[in-house]
Design a protein. Structure first.
Ligand SMILES: NC(=O)c1ccc[n+]([C@@H]2O[C@H](COP(=O)([O-])OP(=O)(O)OC[C@H]3O[C@@H](n4cnc5c(N)ncnc54)[C@H](O)[C@@H]3O)[C@@H](O)[C@H]2O)c1
Ligand SMILES: [Zn+2]
Length: 361
């Protein structure tokens, strides 16, 4: 089992990564000072597949395991979802030592993490990520939250988990689209931080698509190490953490313009990374050769045929995005593979040109 650490002083926590490790979680939890009441939050699709495994995994270790099942999908990241969890915890008279387990993808992680952040001013929670995106990104770093009618992730809190327990075996039941989504974020880590990770993906992308577990273990480990390092340096996104937004400034605009349909989050980020790399090329920050390496890797995902977007409305959505700073858009742009810098001097025309480019290429 791989064991990493997110260094955040008193809020430091371990990340465990391995194959078929879920049945060892309850034993590890018994080493912590948690009450014997466990509240586990999951979604309806995951519960269908893993309900029995969850029950078996805790048998004999806890006095009470209460499983809260929310509907699968982004809509559960809502006040109603938080109400469902918190009301149940109050009914169960959970005290402040309760452990909330988020068993699922980023939706369950963000929702259950937020409920844990505000229940009785904050209780323990544990991330058990079951999607590739959650294993490489959303389960680490302590951003929790829900959506509002006016936008995604507008309500939330920084609340770090007590541990992250990543069982790679869960990925075997994940639809291919969700694997591609997680890969979008992994490619992002390569471009912003680690050229070696990027060349590993160039050389091994086929075995990664086939879920070769040695490759996947390396990718999850390396991605978590990078995210942990960035978060340790800048937990609340005052500076360095903004580099994790590479591909997201335009990616979020594309997701919003497409109504969060057809493209998954990671796929929108892939398109966003291509567009933002094109801006970096135009601004002469990035060389032609490095741009082509990024473009070639992203082209394997064949996303052009799914892209039905109007550059002007993508730009409008981007401007209303919460990351817009006093009307100016911020971009993390690659200066070489493995390095990005943050810029706020990109013109609307450059953004439009880059979106037109990705529509055609
Ligand atoms: N907190 C953060 O730092 C952070 C970072 C990135 C993304 N996010 C959030 O994460 C969410 C997206 O997360 P996601 O991509 O994991 O989506 P998700 O949680 O909706 O999961 C995707 C789908 O896969 C299903 N699923 C999950 N695990 C499965 C498994 N092992 N086998 C079969 N099906 C499974 C789910 O039921 C769902 O239908 C967004 O809401 C986004 O805002 C948060
Ligand atoms: Zn993302």
């Amino acid at each position: 089992m791989i064991n990493l650490k997110v260094e955040l002083g008193d809020n430091s926590y371990p990340i465990f990564i391995g194959e078929k490790i879920f049945d060892k979680l309850s034993e590890t939890l018994s080493l912590y000072d948690f009450s014997k009441k466990i509240v586990l939050v999951t979604d309806s699709d995951i519960y269908k597949i893993y309900g029995d495994l969850i029950e078996r995994g805790f048998a004999g270790f806890v006095e009470l395991l209460d499983i809260i099942v929310v509907p699968s999908g982004e809509k559960s990241k809502s006040f109603a979802g938080v109400d469902q969890i918190i009301s149940r915890m109050l009914e169960l008279q959970c005290d402040r030592n309760v452990a909330v387990i988020a068993f699922g993808g980023g939706v369950v992680g963000d929702l259950a993490g937020f409920a844990a952040a505000i229940y009785k001013r904050g209780v323990n929670y544990i991330q058990v990520p079951t999607t590739l995106l959650a294993q490489v990104d959303s389960s680490v770093g302590g951003k929790t939250g829900i959506n509002h009618a006016l936008g995604k992730n507008l309500i939330g809190s920084f609340h770090q988990p007590k541990l992250v327990w990543s069982d790679l075996d869960f990925l075997n039941s994940l639809p291919e689209k969700e694997i591609r989504s997680g890969l979008g974020e992994i490619i992002k880590y390569g471009v912003i931080w680690d050229e070696k990770l990027f060349s590993f993906l160039e050389e091994n992308i086929n075995s990664v698509f086939e879920l070769d577990m040695d490759s996947i273990a390396y990718l999850v480990k390396r991605s978590c190490e990078i995210k942990a390092e960035v978060v340790a340096q800048d937990e609340r996104e005052f500076g360095l953490r903004m580099i994790l937004n590479f591909g997201h400034t335009i990616g979020h605009g594309i997701e919003a313009e497409m109504g969060y349909k057809i493209l998954s989050h990671g796929e929108a980020v892939l398109v966003g990374m291509l567009a933002e790399s094109k801006i970096a090329l135009e601004m002469e920050l990035l060389s032609q050769i490095e741009f082509e390496r990024i473009a070639n890797l992203i082209s394997i995902f064949n996303l052009k045929k799914k892209l039905k977007i109007n550059p002007d409305s993508v730009l409008e959505f981007m401007q209303s995005d919460k990351k817009a700073l006093e009307g100016k858009l911020r971009f993390a742009l690659p200066t070489q593979i493995g390095k990005v810098e943050v810029f706020d001097n990109v013109s609307n025309d450059q953004v439009r040109r880059s979106i037109n480019y990705v529509i055609k290429h």
